[in-house]
Design a binder for this molecule. Structure first.
Ligand SMILES: C[C@@H](O)[C@H](N)C(=O)O
Ligand SMILES: C[C@@H](O)[C@H](N)C(=O)O
Lengths: 165, 165
């Protein structure tokens, strides 16, 4: 499986919601995302790292246009203590490398992280799979981030990336 | 964009490593994954949800055959206090729904989570993108999980899935 990074994608018009200290038991994730689906809110990215002491943290990224439609649900989750706190951050952006076989080639994700680190850009969230490594960063860094990550994988020539979502 | 779930994939031969309380500053993720790449260790999934109080939690999933090769690095990260603790869990499995446009159709991820919840299966980690929603669960639940998630999306008739990789 020859891995290949075929493009760098980014999205500035997104926001991040984090649910702190949700109960780590079956049904919680279903309840949260069913409620968002009922409100017809699309979610771009869902991230939950491993929980501990039966508490979990769920982060999701959505288009900023949907945030206001979600606020009622967020308020209720806090009132009903589904989460100890619900944080909304509109000053975030998403940058991803896309390709094939990314998971089976050691070092591709590390190169992306290193390019961001050299620029002093902090990584707020990470979600990766075989075809994509996505980082959430502060939106003010996005232009610089796209430039350095693009240079890392494509060096001199900018790659035309037709049809990569 | 008509979303479509075209398959359910799973992997039982994986392990989960969690780095607790890493410093949330540029360069940490690069250091961790560069070290794993130097040891030629492929990483299947990287998950970091939003950090707080300048501490982050990084979870990664790797093939169980690579765990022993990573232990030396894990021990050193703990000794050098890159992480307050490093947890290894070999009793995990990964289950994913794959398709297109998953992120822009509200409810597909929720249906997967609900199918697992009905079976009393706890979701330990989540990582989703436009093309895939992956959950980490206890390996003992994997067969049941694949069955109920497959039934949720494909019901009685197995879907003809021509031409999908
Ligand atoms: C936290 C949440 O993912 C929970 N463990 C669930 O299964 O729904
Ligand atoms: C925790 C880690 O992701 C850190 N924020 C970094 O940028 O490397």
């Amino acid at each position: 499986e020859q891995a290949e990074v075929v493009g760098v994608t980014s999205d500035k018009k997104v926001a991040k919601v984090t649910l702190l200290n949700v109960a780590d038991r079956p049904g919680i994730a279903a309840e949260v995302f069913e409620e968002l689906a009922d409100r017809n809110i699309s979610i771009r990215l869902i991230i939950q790292s491993a929980s501990s002491e039966s508490r979990a943290r769920i982060t999701f990224i959505l288009d900023e246009e949907f945030v206001d439609g979600a606020l009622e649900a967020l308020d209720r989750w806090k009132a009903e203590q589904l989460a100890s706190d619900v944080l909304v951050d509109r000053d975030v952006a998403k940058i991803s490398i896309v390709g094939s076989g990314l998971g089976s080639t050691p070092g591709l994700a590390a190169r992306m992280f290193k390019a961001l680190a050299r620029e002093g850009i902090n990584i707020d969230c990470i979600s990766s799979s075989e075809m994509k490594v996505a980082c959430v960063i502060a939106s003010r860094h996005l232009e610089r981030a796209v430039k350095v990550v693009h240079e890392e994988f494509f060096k001199a020539q900018p790659q035309p990336v037709a049809g990569v979502a």
